[in-house]
Design a protein around this ligand. Sequence first.
Ligand SMILES: Cc1cc2nc3c(=O)[nH]c(=O)nc-3n(C[C@H](O)[C@H](O)[C@H](O)COP(=O)(O)OP(=O)(O)OC[C@H]3O[C@@H](n4cnc5c(N)ncnc54)[C@H](O)[C@@H]3O)c2cc1C
Length: 321
Amino acid sequence: MQNAQKVIIIGSGPAGHTAAIYAARAGLTPVMYEGFMAGGVAAGGQLTTTTEVENFPGFPDGITGPELMDRMRTQSQKYGTTIHTETIERVDFSSRPFKVFSQNDPATAILAQSVIIATGATAKTLPIQGFGEYWQKGISACAVCDGSLPIFKNVPLFVVGGGDSACEEATYLSRFASRVYLVHRRDKLRASTIMQDRVLSNNKIEILWNSEVSAASGDGKKLGSVTIHHLLNGGNENRDAGGLFFAIGHKPNTDVFKGLLDMDADGYLLTKPGTAQTNVEGVFAAGDVQDKRYRQAITAAGSGCMAALEAERWLAVNGIH
Ligand SMILES: Cc1cc2nc3c(=O)[nH]c(=O)nc-3n(C[C@H](O)[C@H](O)[C@H](O)COP(=O)(O)OP(=O)(O)OC[C@H]3O[C@@H](n4cnc5c(N)ncnc54)[C@H](O)[C@@H]3O)c2cc1C
């Protein structure tokens, strides 16, 4: 039987790479499975889908998402992380060493003394006409990340959704936009009362009830308008738009762990408060896969650091060197 790896990291966003850098520098020779379009996202995670990142410390002039992730990957490897471009499709945490199975060779168990799960989440969007052409050219799925970029200043912005996130994003965007339109399919918001009150009392936000965005168009370089489809009368209307933000939730990449690890009702992994520990000793979780509140690269990286430090201590306590 093959030797068990000390630490296996599943996932390759900021959480996974930060865990890898810490584990590698601690001499744990981590092995990362970075995924191959796992959850519909390229290795490197959600930041590979964006252009400018202006809020990751250390880059005062900003850096593109793909370049930031390339740098993290290089740093992980430099300190001794082995990276496989493979997706983990099954795990067995019922006994130690743990077993994980890659899509590339599903019959062979890869053994691990500890596992760090950093599989992230996928932002939900809608396949409206023009989506592909204007993604990151006016269409986004993260207002906190992109809202303050120059292209979104003093222009009309549209937010799709009706829950807490949509209300929070609309409120946030109202600082920059000339006007914010919250487009909601129903005649009532799903958000908590406090979030609804914030939106309803904000005179820069208008709610387009019983409506959906059906298309995005522009000059090929930048979004210029959206088509609003009115669900009650079936009519369509074109409106000038400088930005379109989807705020219809995220799907945590946790299908592989269903029934094996504790999760909340939305499928996010549960960790013990203030730690990266899951309910299975020796299995840790970091980043967006266990965080539906902040969902930022820097918070993901911070929890990746926590997971690696905790894995290192756990291995030491259990006499695994
Ligand atoms: C459009 C957009 C713009 C954003 N802009 C910013 C920004 O400017 N600043 C900021 O701080 N944050 C930004 N964010 C948020 C940020 O990208 C996330 O908070 C961060 O990437 C989360 O990191 P993570 O490591 O938890 O997971 P992710 O980045 O989600 O990465 C997880 C990785 O694991 C892989 N994976 C999943 N399942 C498996 C499996 N079974 N086996 C192997 N691999 C697997 C996935 O394919 C993915 O590559 C943005 C997000 C989006 C969608």
